[in-house]
Design a protein around this ligand. Structure first.
Ligand code: Z5A
Ligand code: MG
Length: 204
């Protein structure tokens, strides 16, 4: 910050930001769509532009619940389907108080997978037994097979059709930079739109 002009601008920007909440920006999609790459780039770009932005990811494997999920996904342990769904859900709920606090303080949260993955992947399991017969891919993480991902994609597409959810679809088969530019523009719109809107619920 330079002379008095800089100080004046600082006061103006500070006043304009007062009372504004952050936006919850969730990146969803199938395996290897580029969610983690884009989430990191988005947070870096938003911070460079002067926004307060932080990255979260689910499953968040560092907590006690997250460690159970990590072990399950790496096929080191077995967990009954309903129970593992609840563990994924609990892993999100254990972060909700902190997320609400950050959002209300004006921090934008960029989230690499969230509850929509919970719906898409659990419901995609309906066909899991049939798929297991044709899978033939061993040694990788659970769910990382073509037929299962196809099923999860269908579930995401069903969620997209719900007009109450403010989804934006981004074609992820372009270059990392092209995808980033589009996500960044959409995120700036979302941050502006969220600024004076009270925090709501994801689903009612
Ligand atoms: N799961 C669930 O069942 N229930 C739940 O409630 C939740 C999750 C929250 C682990 O998730 C599993 O948990 C997941 C769903 C389930 N199972 N599956 N599938 P995860 O998030 O830990 O892992 P993942 O999403 O499966 O995979 P990923 O490897 O993290 O994918 P990604 O983040 O979308 O991709 P990436 O790491 O950014 O990119 C992958 C590679 O592609 C990398 O080398 C990049 O450099 C490259 N890349 C990225 N973008 C491009 C473009 N545009 N062009 C070329 N190359 C690219
Ligand atoms: Mg990822």
């Amino acid at each position: 910050m330079g002379g008095p002009g800089g100080l004046e601008r600082w006061w103006r920007e500070d006043a304009a930001m007062a009372g504004r909440r952050g936006a919850l920006i969730v990146l969803e999609g199938v395996d290897r769509a580029g969610k983690s790459t884009q989430s990191r780039k988005l947070v870096d770009a938003l911070c460079a532009e002067g926004h307060r932005a932080e990255l979260l990811r689910f499953p968040e494997r560092s907590t006690e619940i997250g460690k159970l999920l990590g072990s399950y996904l790496e096929k080191k342990s077995e967990v009954e389907d309903h129970s593992v769904h609840l563990l994924f859900s609990a892993n999100r709920w254990e972060h909700v108080p902190l997320m609400k606090e950050k959002l209300s303080q004006g921090v934008t949260l960029v989230v690499d997978r969230y509850a929509f993955s919970g719906v898409a992947f659990t419901s995609a399991k309906e066909l899991q037994l049939a798929e297991a017969a044709v899978r033939g891919e061993f040694g990788r993480e659970r769910y990382e097979s073509g037929p299962f991902q196809q099923r999860a994609l269908q579930r995401f597409q069903q969620l997209l059709a719900d007009p109450s959810l403010p989804w934006k679809t981004v074609n992820a088969s372009r270059s990392i930079e092209d995808v980033h530019r589009e996500i960044r523009a959409l995120s700036e719109d979302a941050i502006r739109a969220a600024a004076h809107r009270p925090l709501g619920q994801l689903w009612t």
